[in-house]
Design a protein around this ligand. Sequence first.
Ligand SMILES: [Zn+2]
Length: 89
Amino acid sequence: MSKVKQCQSCGIPLDKKTPNGTEKDGSLSEKYCIHCYQNGEWTMDLGFDDMYDYNLKRFKASDMNRVSKFFLKKMYTKKFMSKLDRWRA
Ligand SMILES: [Zn+2]
């Protein structure tokens, strides 16, 4: 399996600004970001729709430029999010 570069819960790219989450033993999660997953648990126990709304707000509030935000609005759909590992089951 190739390394996942996108959080499989919220879909945000994993990079310096959005580090990986952590497992119970303190190791880094390969799948999820620090906002979604810490110490082996979800930081927020939200359902799909609530999580989507929350993520959208968070992305809009981040320091992305306006072009990125424009694309995000087009790309970041529920369909996109439903394909991530956390929501696929
Ligand atoms: Zn995430």
